[in-house]
Design a protein around this ligand. Structure first.
Ligand SMILES: C[S@@+](CC[C@H](N)C(=O)[O-])C[C@H]1O[C@@H](n2cnc3c(N)ncnc32)[C@H](O)[C@@H]1O
Length: 273
């Protein structure tokens, strides 16, 4: 037991991925949907007023009637508003539960249950969005894969708009450990469990939140990665995949770029090769 648990709590190799389902796990996705829809927390989706400002700002960047795809759209809190702003909207997420909720509340948009790391469209969209800092949660090979797919899915000159955390987030980042006993089950499982969590920091503004869930007869772990990016980091990483920076903002609501901000929103344009 000691050997197994202490091994599970070791600092993982940089960008080591875990295989336990998270967003699309049937139990976790139920709690996650509740969190998405809770207007008082920014934990899974931003608060309603922020989403409203953000959806209106993003819609103002492109002509009415343009085709927009929101990847990792969750329960469609943005997509619904993009559609109300006159865009032709597709929402994609691999959480069946979130997409079912989105479909129920928005008949105007098209919703797809799909892993965006496997999507395959050709010149179909004028703009693709990925909001709530999900780009930085991907490991480098998945970012490369995603950028290839996004580029292929965009029309010539199309835009990729996404937000990330910046290195500022890591100014106060401290490694820490904590644990929680959930006798009646909880976020991670419907059964009684112990959750051991560790936050580790790496060079270049990279962090991992590692959760080890111990149940009566099993244990499993989840690595949730985050990479902080500067404008220069993003410009360099996306240039290799055929994008050039059009503009940077401090957030996905169109706030003016501010070097002190802990978030950064990039609008990248598909370049011709
Ligand atoms: C932090 S939530 C943000 C949801 C939504 N963008 C919002 O801000 O309300 C991340 C979403 O991305 C989805 N997601 C994560 N990885 C995905 C993947 N590879 N393919 C499709 N959806 C994914 C999750 O299911 C979740 O709904």
């Amino acid at each position: 037991m000691y050997t197994e648990l202490s091994a599970l709590l070791q600092k993982p190799r940089l960008y080591e991925k875990t295989t336990s389902k998270f967003w699309n796990d049937p139990h976790i996705s139920a709690g996650m949907l509740k969190t998405h829809l809770d207007p008082n927390t920014d934990a899974a989706s931003r608060k309603p007023e922020t989403i409203r400002r953000s959806a209106h700002w993003i819609s103002s960047l492109i002509p009415c009637g343009a085709a927009l795809m929101d990847i990792g759209c969750g329960p469609g809190l943005y997509t619904r508003q993009f559609a109300e702003c006159g865009l032709r909207v597709t929402g994609m997420d691999f959480s069946e539960r979130s997409i079912a909720w989105a479909r129920e509340h928005d008949a105007a948009s098209t919703y797809l249950v799909q892993d965006y790391l496997e999507m395959d469209f050709d010149s179909a969209f004028g703009i693709i969005t990925l909001v709530w800092c999900d780009y930085g949660a991907l490991v480098p090979e998945d970012r490369t894969n995603l950028l290839r797919r996004v580029r292929k899915a965009l029309k010539p000159g199309g835009l990729f708009l996404f937000d990330v955390f910046t290195p500022r987030r890591y100014d106060t980042f401290e490694e820490e450990t904590s644990w929680e006993i959930c006798e009646d089950g909880g976020f991670w499982s419907p059964r009684p469990y112990l959750c051991l969590s560790v936050k580790y920091c790496y060079e270049n503004h990279i962090g991992v939140w590692r959760y080890v869930i111990v149940e009566d007869d099993t244990s499993r772990s989840y690595n949730i990665w985050d990479t902080g990016f500067t404008r220069e980091d993003l410009s360099e990483e996306l240039a290799v995949q055929g994008f050039s920076p059009l503009a940077f903002y401090s957030d996905a609501e169109g706030g003016a770029y501010d070097a002190a901000s802990s978030t950064l929103c990039a609008i990248m344009k598909k370049t011709e090769r």
